[in-house]
Design a protein around this ligand. Structure first.
Ligand SMILES: [Zn+2]
Length: 467
């Protein structure tokens, strides 16, 4: 009898309804060892809940009615709040060691498989600090991203990030190229603040020895460059611009990194397109039809070309200098070139013609056919921060021009818009996979003109914005 009672009291857990909702962070957590994390939960007001991790107990302060906050250092294991499980934590050591890139152009990605988007390539000989491993990939902080194990090798624990030493900074005029002499190639990461017209070049493992720098303090385009320490042993070079931030080119010449900001086009507000060099890319072509309409079998490549031609005509009429990647039903790369050269060939057309804007015209579909039948909306994609404003500027006028209620702009790493030299967008005018829209696009003879007009208006808006 006694035994049974004890069993009922201790052996049967009392299940309580969860009353706490985690606002941040997202569980499961995976943080470097020793890192502090801000926790915010919501729940009933007027409580004094306590947080329990494998190592510590912390009480939470009520920031406002029903919202509680604290900071804690995650340890491996579960985190509970007044007995309610919030989630689990995992930690990893801050550094796995120095990784040296041995492949010519290693592909940095946003995640640890080849399904993730590509970021900036990393050149051979560059050393990076690996902070985490997942499967076949290492993760890095600067530049931030993942590289495949086979693209380099992890060096011994004594290895340093490099022998680089920033000794000279020069700005040449009138081309405004910033030349940074560093002794050996090293990892870099560009950050951009489009609003405040500023670039930062992060150089981890490259200390600065520039007591005085040999750059022109009163350069036409670049006022005083500033240096900041980055981590224990690195340097951040702050490069402000006098004019609008438009893009940049970055290349190694021996031990010197050349950073060339793209000059923004001079805009006459009365005739904003006059003299502006624009590359218009009609997506797909030749063997590659792109997506094909489900009911009427309209080929995306043909529709893209009609819109691209209309856009070219409208832009030219307004005074722009337009280059087309293709003006017929064919691929852009030579027939003999490998398949992966096709997209780069389109970018090369823009670079060769020193384009100041790049617009790639497409029509959309979904991997899921049923999904695609009912999808609609003008979707504009950008990759570089300087391209975001262009994507945003095109979305609404395009949707209005083609009578489409829904529009959005997204960040996405598509090969044709990845280059940093000029603002570039990929425009998915609408869904060709939606039979209702397919019919409309085929039978409305004015459709290419309308879609082009919408893109044209967006481009114009972007050019005259904060000139
Ligand atoms: Zn397409």
């Amino acid at each position: 009898m006694k035994k049974t009672l004890l069993f009922i009291l201790l052996g049967v857990p009392v299940w309580a309804e969860p009353i706490w909702t985690v606002v941040s962070p997202q569980f499961p957590l995976d943080t470097p060892e020793g890192q502090w994390v801000e926790l915010e939960v919501s729940g009933p007001a007027g409580r004094h809940p306590s947080l329990q991790t494998a190592r510590t107990t912390t009480s939470l302060a009520e920031a406002r009615a029903g919202v509680y906050r604290t900071r804690f250092q995650p340890a491996v294991g579960d985190v509970t709040l007044d007995g309610q499980m919030l989630g689990s934590c995992r930690t990893h050591s801050g550094s796995l060691g120095v990784f040296e890139v041995t492949k010519e152009n290693a592909v940095l990605r946003t995640g640890p498989t080849s399904d993730y988007d590509r970021l900036t390539p990393v050149t051979r000989g560059v050393r990076l600090e690996a902070v985490e491993r997942q499967g076949d990939y290492y993760r890095f902080h600067t530049p931030s991203g993942w590289l495949r194990l086979s693209e380099g090798m992890l060096l011994g624990p004594e290895a340093s990030l490099g022998n680089g030493l920033l000794t000279v900074i020069r700005v040449s005029e009138p081309d405004n190229i910033v030349r940074l002499t560093m002794g050996s190639p090293c990892a870099w990461q560009v950050r951009q603040d489009v609003e405040n017209r500023k670039f930062w070049l992060d150089l981890p493992g490259v200390p600065s020895a520039t007591f005085h720098t040999a750059y022109a303090q009163n350069s036409q385009a670049i006022p005083a460059i500033r240096l900041h320490p980055l981590g224990e042993n690195g340097t951040t070079v702050e490069i402000p611009l006098r004019q609008r931030l438009w893009g940049y080119r970055l290349a190694w010449k021996g031990d010197t990194l050349e950073f060339a900001p793209t000059p923004a086009p001079r805009i006459d507000p009365k005739y904003p397109l006059r003299g502006v060099r624009i590359t218009v890319d009609a997506g797909h072509g030749g063997e590659d039809s792109g997506t094909v309409g489900l009911d009427l079998h309209v080929k995306e490549k043909d529709l893209n070309l009609s819109v691209a031609r209309a856009l070219r005509d409208q832009l030219k009429k307004a005074g722009a200098i337009v280059t087309m990647t293709r003006d017929g039903d064919h691929q852009v790369a030579p027939e003999s070139a490998p398949a992966e050269a096709e997209l780069q060939s389109r970018v090369d057309v823009a670079l060769r013609s020193r384009a100041q804007l790049f617009v790639s015209v497409h029509h959309n579909a979904r991997p899921d056919v049923q999904d695609g039948r009912v999808s609609h909306g003008a979707h504009i994609y950008y990759y570089q921060p300087a391209s975001r404003g262009l994507a945003q500027a095109i979305a609404a006028p395009l949707a209005r021009a083609i009578g489409e209620p829904s529009y959005q702009h997204f960040w996405r790493s598509f090969a044709v818009i990845r280059q940093p030299e000029m603002p570039a967008v990929l425009v998915e005018c609408n869904f060709l996979s939606n039979p209702g829209l397919e019919k409309g696009m085929l039978h409305d003879r004015a459709y290419p003109q309308k879609a082009a007009r919408g893109i044209f208006e967006g481009v114009t808006r972007f050019l005259v914005r904060d000139m």
